[in-house]
Design a protein around this ligand. Sequence first.
Ligand code: N7H
Length: 468
Amino acid sequence: MAVAPLSLANVQGDILFGLPKQTQSFFLFQIDEVDGFRSNLLNLVPLITSAEQTKGNITEIRRFKELNGLKVNEGDGETVHPDVITVSGVNIAFSAKGLAKIGIVDDIKDPAFSNGMKNDAAVLGDNGVFGDDGFVPDWDAAFLEEIHGVALIAGDSHESVDEKLANVKDILKTTVKEISTLSGDVRPGDERGREHFGYQDGISNPSVEGVDAINPGQTVINQGVALLGRGFDLNFSRPDWALDGSFMALRKLPQLVPEFDKFLLDTAGTQEGADLMGARMVGRWKSGAPIIKSPTQDDPALGADAARNNDFKFTANDQSKCPFAAHIRKMNPRNDLDEEDIRPHMVLRRGIPFGPEVSDAERASNTTQQERGLLFVCYQSVIKNGFSFLQQSWANSQGFPFPIGDVPGFDPIIGQQTGGGVRQMTGAFASNTSQPINLVAQWVNAKGGEYFFSPSIPTLRDVFAKAT
Ligand code: N7H
């Protein structure tokens, strides 16, 4: 049967556009009472924000920002200015155990989803121990529990998000048990849009064919790389109810910010050198300017210009301007690989920072005392092509992107191996790119996560929910 053209009204908003957010909560729950839950879900469906609504919200926010000369973020959802536009959105997604609990037969054919992220943790390179019962990752207790689902609530302020969350809880009532609620916030002031190491985030996301406008340099992906049951994804013969859903990978990724900064300063010797080395590790300066276009100093005008900040390619077999292992080169090896070999691995990133700003005491002692980092979220139609592949086969693989010459080493930001051990990369020193550097510590250490399925709104209403 031919599939009807994509309707944005059917898809959950976070997938295709990213729910606009100043703050976001992730309500992780376990389903206690199945019939009650399925019938309450019917009442929750009207609250679920579609891609169509999200697109409308983003258009409104952008218009406001342009009129008021405020910075527009491209790519990773849109940040809302607090107290100006009131907007809050709700999405919901289920783990494989959650589907089993409500009696949906998991014939979706994604082994990583069906096994859950905990069973992927060793392969992903997370810290942990191998015991009699297999690998136990060094994760927060909440993520070691059986998680059935997550409600995502994003909005302009804590007030509106808390109100919406109370609304959701009120609808689901006692049919669910709260496991934990994670909260993230866009960083304050000039750090808006930046992750905790200080780099502008949310610049590069692929454009989904027929869905959004294309910025210069942006890769266009087939709808089936993001959504199940369409285009490229038709290769996987999914059940009908999977159409227009997407797999969501959620990761809690604490970052050791003062430790990272100290490493850069100690290794490079001067603040200027540290800034350059940090930019070479990320592949962009803190402003977002790509180092391949501005190799010796930051260029904030370039970083802020959506027409130019994503319009570049790397030079194959050459890391003089940008290391092979730089985070954005590992994650999107433009020109190291043919574009058609990169496209199936592209994900839609929708994360948000969490935790407080670094305090004076932490800066002075070069030691993290309060947990902060990234609540990383990405969507894809095949987990082993998307998140899991990027982490395992590109970030953690020392040879990737397999240039002629120097061995790239680990992605210095997220590359990892279970059991620790030495992490190295080449290309960190601009003056001698073949010189390997010992990365000494790992500054991002996963503390949990799960794979979820974010169903279409019709599937939520007609298949997952059930009147009693
Ligand atoms: Fe990354 N960082 O601060 O260094 N990331 N990331 N990421 N990331 C990107 O281009 C960061 C993580 C991707 O198309 C930027 O939007 C941090 C995971 C991809 O050119 C910055 C963490 C995975 C891209 C960071 C983290 C990815 C990307 C530049 C964890 C997937 C786009 C801003 C704490 C497995 C590449 C931008 C492209 C960009 C950082 C995690 C993937 C600054 C701190 C786990 C695909």
